[in-house]
Ligand binder design. Structure first.
Ligand code: UFG
Length: 327
């Protein structure tokens, strides 16, 4: 298939490009490179030995994006383009709503205009809010705790309503849990600008000695050891989930969790990282972080039942691959 990957130079996008190329698809990337140093796509080509077609495009720019739709006979769109620093969305809500919603609407509108039937959207477990665990796709959503999460809820709604009104259009809403790790080659991975806000990149910077110690945000949650519990998933497992989605989509709107179904606390992740890599990660307990929920993990039965997709890589793989890339 000819697949447009919007935001394909980003963390999850670039790993998905690897998985798509390895599955034999033609990949056209539209990315404004605002969140990424250039060079990532060259590394994706090196890993796969295959070519990527690249357009330097901000997908909130409808005219520039339309030129890409007009040039290729696209069969699917995977939409990763957007802002994703959850805490930052509290201080820059307008930027988050603008980028994340306009990009979704431009891409959806052009899909309908050019007859592109498959649309895969990067959603987030953030749409569940502080629901009961495990999170199941059929749950009524609770208010998201941040503008970032709310922008995902709204995008889901826009796409679901559009799919309902356009018989034949296929939409997958993929709710990611916590993607971590890097491609096994160590060539591509997560490179947050400045001081990382997510746990795994913070841990790797502490392990490298670039940061002093990890602040654990709260140890008084009702969890196994009081620290926050999340469902960490290897980014290549997540990438392979996108290939399954774009290949197996049928008309209508379909919601899928992409997680492992296992919860891991902050301290359990620190220990797993230390064991996998033979290192110490100094930490101290600090206060809770605004907007955090105590625990979340996925019910993953739907993706397994419908697509035969399930995560394959272990927590130790995630820790080893994250460290190989960071080194
Ligand atoms: N944490 C720390 N110290 C840190 C960073 C994080 O203790 O320096 C803790 C958090 O409190 C939380 C856990 O580590 O308990 C994971 O935090 P992350 O920031 O890595 O991830 P979040 O679960 O907050 O957010 C992630 C994605 C979002 C997505 C959300 C959905 O980054 O895009 O999962 O559940 F919306």
């Amino acid at each position: 298939m000819n697949i447009l990957v919007a935001g394909g130079a980003g963390y999850i996008g670039s790993h998905t490009c690897v998985a798509l190329l390895e599955a034999g698809h033609t990949v056209i990337v539209a990315d404004d490179l605002s969140q990424r140093k250039s060079g990532t796509l060259e590394l994706v080509q090196r890993i796969t030995g295959r070519k990527i077609i690249f357009h330097l495009v901000d997908v909130t720019d409808e005219a520039a994006t339309e030129a890409v739709f007009a040039k290729y006979d696209l069969e699917g769109v995977i939409h990763f383009a957007g802002l994703k620093v959850v805490g930052e969305s509290l201080t820059k809500p307008l930027a988050y709503y603008y980028n994340n919603l306009v990009s979704t609407m431009v891409l959806a509108k052009l899909c309908l205009k050019y007859g592109v039937e498959r649309f895969v959207f990067s959603s987030s477990a953030a749409v569940y809010g502080a629901n009961q665990i495990p999170f199941v796709e059929s749950m009524p959503l609770l208010p998201a705790t941040t503008p970032y999460g709310e922008s995902k809820v709204m995008s889901e709604r826009i796409l679901a309503d559009t799919a309902q009104a356009e018989p034949g259009w296929s939409v997958a809403l993929l709710r990611y849990f916590n993607p971590v790790g890097a491609h096994e080659s160590g060539l591509i991975g997560e490179t947050p600008a400045g001081i990382p806000t997510n746990l795994m990149p913070y841990i790797t910077q502490v392990a490298k000695g670039k940061l002093d110690k990890l602040q654990v945000f709260g140890d008084d949650y009702p969890t196994v050891d009081g620290t926050g519990v999340r469902d960490y998933i290897h980014v290549m497992d997540l990438a392979e989930g996108h290939v399954a989605a774009v290949e197996k989509l049928t008309p209508g709107v379909h919601v899928y969790n992409l997680g492992t179904g296992r919860g891991t606390s902050v301290l359990q992740l620190v220990r797993a990282f230390e064991e996998a890599n033979g290192l110490r990660v100094p930490y101290e307990i600090g206060p809770r972080r605004l907007g955090d929920i105590p625990a979340c993990y996925a019910d993953t039965t739907k993706a397994q039942r419908d697509w035969g997709w399930t995560s394959k890589r272990t927590l130790a793989d995630m820790c080893r691959d994250a460290w190989r890339f960071a080194r």
